[in-house]
Design a binder for this molecule. Structure first.
Ligand code: ATP
Length: 376
């Protein structure tokens, strides 16, 4: 988008000289307060709204050079509440664009069924009508329908804002998975900064009047907001959110405060006195965490899992972020977090204090990187 302005007939300037470079195969999120011009920007990309000034290029060519229908077929479009055709079955909703493109009924339906599977919809829903589906399922149908003709570009306007937080998280994960598999170029509108940070390869923060306040990868947005408006928009827990971008792999986990359910008295006594941890984590014979116990109360051969303190939610060492590790430590009744591997077996434990030190080192390293970039 090159210096694109939209002035509506009543004089409202919805978008003001907006320039954005959108990479192939990326997710670009447009975020900002209500009325800042997000939807207008998105609709200018498929020419549902024509810019007043400026140009939009797709693969180097002005989008006005091709017929509007051809352009729109190269761009899937997903909106809030899915916008499904209520009188058509799910499979026929999804097959809409292939049918418009002249595909035979069987081929279009076969494609639709393949897409249902891709977006996580059970095949048994194919013959239902939209009103017979939950909100989250309808959104999945919306995504499948937009993907049906395999367009290189997907435009998504607040597609997940009408569903509850749990379903929403599932839909976001699904979108990231589909994006990794299919490599579409996605432009995604939301007013939710958490969604923007989670989904965006790049995030464009717009302010009222359609001005671009900042265009940056999410980690940079959180570490270096361009101005007070962006900082305000990111909210007061920006520092915590930023921890999502630091991996937990660098945390050194301790194994001394971990004992197996069948540990002998000598091991319990020795671990209790030398580990430095106030409690010992008891793991079952398969290595899965059971809970924390005071070494004084743990009797060899008679450890009762039901009487142990909860181990809280463990974090997956190396896969989860420092945010997850901190959360695990903060929620743990002992102040120590439990790190597990991908199969849920204990790798070790770590104190709140050690997580805090790892956060400080990660910040220092990050700042070092920024200084190096500034020097270059
Ligand atoms: N057809 C129109 N005629 C006049 N003004 C319009 C028209 N459509 C949108 N606007 C105005 O343009 C501005 C940007 O609207 P737009 O819908 O792009 O914002 P948005 O960021 O998507 O908002 P929201 O988050 O509330 O959906 C708003 O001030 C809106 O009132």
């Amino acid at each position: 988008m090159d210096s694109v302005t939209k002035r509506y007939p009543d004089g409202t300037v919805a978008v003001d000289r907006l320039s954005l470079d959108i990479e192939d195969g990326s997710i670009t999120v447009l975020v900002g307060p209500s009325g800042c011009g997000k939807t207008t920007t998105l609709r200018m990309i498929n020419r549902m709204v024509e810019p007043s000034e400026g140009t939009i290029l797709l693969d180097g060519a002005d989008i006005r050079q091709q017929p509007v229908n051809t352009l729109r077929r190269s761009m899937g479009y997903v909106i809030q509440n899915a916008g499904l055709f209520q009188h058509r079955t799910i499979v026929d909703n999804i097959a809409t664009v292939p049918r418009l493109l002249g595909w035979g009924k069987d081929r279009a339906r076969a494609r639709a069924r393949e897409l249902m599977e891709r977006v996580g919809l059970d095949a048994s829903l194919a013959k239902r009508y939209p009103y017979q589906l939950s909100g989250g399922q309808q959104q999945r149908v919306g995504v499948a329908r937009a993907l049906a003709a395999d367009p290189p570009v997907l435009l998504m306007d607040e597609p997940f804002s009408a569903v509850d937080p749990v379903v929403r998280k599932g839909l976001q994960d699904e979108l990231l998975r589909i994006q990794a598999e299919l490599g579409k170029t996605i432009v995604f509108v939301t007013h939710d900064i958490d969604e923007a940070v989670k989904l965006g390869t790049m995030v464009a923060v717009l302010r009222t009047g359609g001005h671009l306040a900042q265009y940056a990868p999410p980690a940079e947005l959180l570490s270096d907001p361009a101005d007070a408006f962006v900082e305000d928009f990111l909210g007061s827990d920006r520092g915590i959110r930023r921890l999502s971008f630091f991996p937990s792999g660098a945390l050194e986990l301790q194994t001394a405060p971990v004992v197996a359910l069948d540990a002998d008295a000598g091991t319990i006594a020795a671990r209790g006195s030398t580990s430095g941890a106030p409690y010992l984590l008891v793991a079952d014979l398969d290595g899965r965490p059971l809970g924390w116990g005071d070494p004084k109360d743990l009797t060899a051969g008679e450890i009762e899992p039901g009487r142990l303190l909860s181990h809280g939610r463990p974090f997956v060492h190396g896969k989860d972020s420092l945010r997850a590790a901190l959360d695990a430590a903060v929620l743990s009744p002992t102040g120590w977090a439990v790190g597990v591997d991908g199969t849920g077996r204990v790798v070790g434990v770590v104190s709140q204090q050690a997580v805090g030190e790892a956060i400080r080192s990660a910040h220092a390293l990050d700042r070092g990187g920024e200084d190096a970039r500034a020097v270059r």
